[in-house]
Write a protein that binds this ligand. Structure first.
Ligand code: HMG
Ligand code: MG
Length: 302
């Protein structure tokens, strides 16, 4: 029997780099993205069309898209915070866009300068426009478990936002633990509620690893039938507007765990560890998930 496939969507070039002290040029970001494609990542969020004054590290998104027009073996997506970002992304040739509503009033204000109501209606309009343009669509629900400004989040709000995004044309809902405050029990509960409402096929998990529970959270989501996860090479990441947001779950740790559990990801683990070294050189910082040192030792032993 062939192993069950789990889709890992790499968000390092976007979530991973948006908060780094060292800002990479679009050319270096393209080198990173091409290496990730070579490592067989099936999906990559490559950029965000945000105001470069708000997030300087994401400047140059059109250049990134221009360099990826010929790619057809990887799902290339971009984040769009508002209608202007969506229009710029569409112009630049994006085929998959992600909107980013947060579940609380304050988080939306801090992140994209809109109220919760404005964010929902703007995200719904973008999704409808995207469908008219035949684009594929993802909708995050950020701070799905806990908000750095308002504390614990009521799951009813998360379900309501997800439902509105789906009615407006979202192909996928990504429940995001923005500050890494969820645990396997709360992850299992929220995904169970969402699966019973929407089915597991359109749901995905995005876990930051602040309290070292991201892998355990993936296991809790797997148990609810979830087969798609975001992660960041080297464990990079964090939202600049969410105090306390540490790095995402490291892609190499996620791919390795799934591999050892008998799932298939199609990802080349050795290439991933080379990419971690490339990122370390570029960012002048030590990186890597928990298994990097072990994998490097294994490689040397062969
Ligand atoms: P604003 O100031 O309200 O925008 O910012 P505005 O409409 O008032 O316009 C002000 C200026 O921004 C104007 O330029 C606009 O043209 C420009 P000016 O006239 O001053 O020269 N502008 C834009 N420029 C480029 N791209 C755009 C855009 N929109 C307006 N899209 C805005 C609103 C959303 C732009 C701003 O708040 C922003 O860029 N925020 C960045 C948000 C962000 O990147 N957050 C991190 C990503 S989300 C995340 O990390 C969470 C996630 O990982 C999941 C999780 O973990 O929870 C996805
Ligand atoms: Mg994130």
């Amino acid at each position: 029997m062939s192993a069950e496939f789990v889709f890992i969507n790499e968000v390092g070039p976007r979530d991973g780099l948006q908060n780094q002290k060292t800002i990479l040029t679009p050319r270096d970001r393209l080198t990173l993205i091409n290496q990730l494609i070579e490592a067989n990542l099936p999906g990559i969020e490559v950029a965000s069309f945000v105001n470069p004054k708000a997030v300087p590290a994401m400047d140059g998104a059109p250049e990134i898209m221009l360099g990826l027009q010929e790619i057809n073996n990887c799902e290339i997506s971009v984040l769009v915070p508002n209608l202007k970002g969506f229009e710029l992304a569409r112009e630049a040739g994006a085929k998959i866009i992600s909107v980013v509503p947060s579940a609380t009033e304050t988080m939306n204000q801090k992140n994209i300068n809109m109220s919760l109501g404005e964010t929902i209606s703007s995200s719904c309009n973008i999704l409808k426009e995207a469908k008219i343009s035949n684009l594929r669509t993802r909708a995050y629900v950020s701070v799905a478990w806990e908000c750095p400004y308002e504390g614990k989040v009521d799951s009813k709000i998360v379900l309501d936002i997800a439902s509105q995004m789906l009615s407006s044309g979202a192909d996928e809902i990504i429940l995001a633990d923005t500050i890494g405050a969820a645990n396997p029990s709360s992850v299992g509960l929220l995904f169970r509620n969402c699966v019973s409402e929407f089915g597991h096929e359109i749901l995905s998990g995005h876990f930051h690893d602040t309290r070292a529970m991201a892998l355990a959270n993936v296991c809790a989501a797997l148990a609810e039938g979830i087969r798609k996860f975001d992660s960041c090479i080297g464990g990079l990441g964090g939202c600049p507007f969410a105090p306390g947001a540490a790095g995402n779950l490291a892609t190499e740790d996620l791919a390795n765990m799934l591999d050892q559990m008998g799932y298939s990801t199609n990802i080349d683990l050795r290439k991933l560890s080379e990419i971690v070294l490339f990122c370390e050189e570029q960012l002048h910082a030590p990186l890597g998930g928990r298994m990097s040192a072990w994998l490097n030792k294994q490689s040397k032993a062969i």
